[in-house]
Design a protein around this ligand. Structure first.
Ligand SMILES: C[S@@+](CC[C@H](N)C(=O)[O-])C[C@H]1O[C@@H](n2cnc3c(N)ncnc32)[C@H](O)[C@@H]1O
Length: 265
């Protein structure tokens, strides 16, 4: 679904991905955007703070152990052996085209600086990553640096005030499987049921927009999807007056931003 949404949103700017130089910023363990763009003929590189590889050799897990945590190495090994094959089959099933797994290119980030020359990529894609970055301004600036003049950033940013924005595992799918014991929007209502999700910066839409607007030409800024509508009671609304109804119900934003054809760093 999200890949189809990306293709639709980018249609006015990119129709054919063949040969397009792409960066999947924060590709993650699932690498779905990297795999799918690769399958459409793009020359794509996936980068992540984590060490990403598709094979199951021992040195991969040792490297994750060294550069991340032993827990992450064990979890990745478990996922690779138990779920990866089934995950790829499911991805193939929902893909309108055949998946190509050859020539996948992944790099691990060891700092905020992207390990690429200026003006390298035609397109940077990023799905639910910016909310995990402490200095969004610096990251956006790095993305801009590695984009070619006229190049595009397509990002889906998960917003903190949304019902799933606290990243509590029990609120990952609020409409399909609402939590039975953690109250909705608990992360904004005193966080009485803390979880141990991945770190998030807690920024709101109004914090992100000026960053991207100030650095790029914003071609699109739209809601990703709305969620939790039937769970926002009058009582919860009355508690959360700092937030608009739109903020509480909007899961995220999708943005398309263009680097100026004339550079002015
Ligand atoms: C919610 S996951 C999304 C992963 C992937 N984009 C997806 O849709 O499946 C967030 C990813 O961002 C990565 N990440 C966090 N901070 C990052 C940074 N500063 N630079 C690159 N990746 C980062 C994490 O390691 C994690 O893989």
């Amino acid at each position: 679904m999200w890949f189809q949404r990306m293709r639709e949103t980018l249609k006015p700017y990119v129709i054919d991905f063949e040969g397009v130089r792409c960066l999947d910023f924060g590709c993650g363990l699932l690498q779905w955007q990297t795999i799918m763009l690769n399958s459409l003929g793009a020359k794509v590189t996936g980068v992540d703070m984590e060490y990403i590889r598709t094979d199951r050799r021992l040195d991969k897990y040792l490297q994750i152990w060294k550069t991340n945590t032993p827990e992450r190495a064990i979890k990745t090994a478990f996922w690779d052996y138990m779920y990866r094959r089934r995950y790829l089959e499911a991805l193939e099933d929902c893909s309108p085209f055949t998946l190509k797994m050859d020539n996948l290119d992944f790099r691990q980030l060891t700092s905020q600086a992207l390990p690429f020359e200026n003006d390298t990529f035609d397109l940077v894609v990023s799905h639910e990553v910016f909310e995990h970055i402490p200095d969004v301004w610096a990251a956006a600036r790095e993305v801009k640096r590695v984009l070619k003049p006229g190049g595009l950033l397509y990002a889906n940013v998960h917003l903190f005030p949304s019902i799933s924005g606290g990243h509590h595992v029990e609120w990952k799918y609020p409409d399909e499987t609402p939590s039975q014991h953690v109250p909705p929007w608990d992360h904004l209502r005193g966080k009485k049921f803390p979880d141990h999700p991945s770190w998030i910066n807690e920024l709101r839409e109004r914090d992100y927009k000026p960053i991207f607007e100030g650095m790029f030409e914003l071609l699109c800024w739209e809601p990703s999807v709305y969620e939790g509508v039937h769970l926002l009671t009058k009582e919860i609304r009355a508690e959360l007056t700092d937030y608009s109804e739109d903020e509480l119900l909007k899961k995220g934003v999708i943005l398309v931003a263009r680097k100026a054809a004339q550079q002015c760093f």
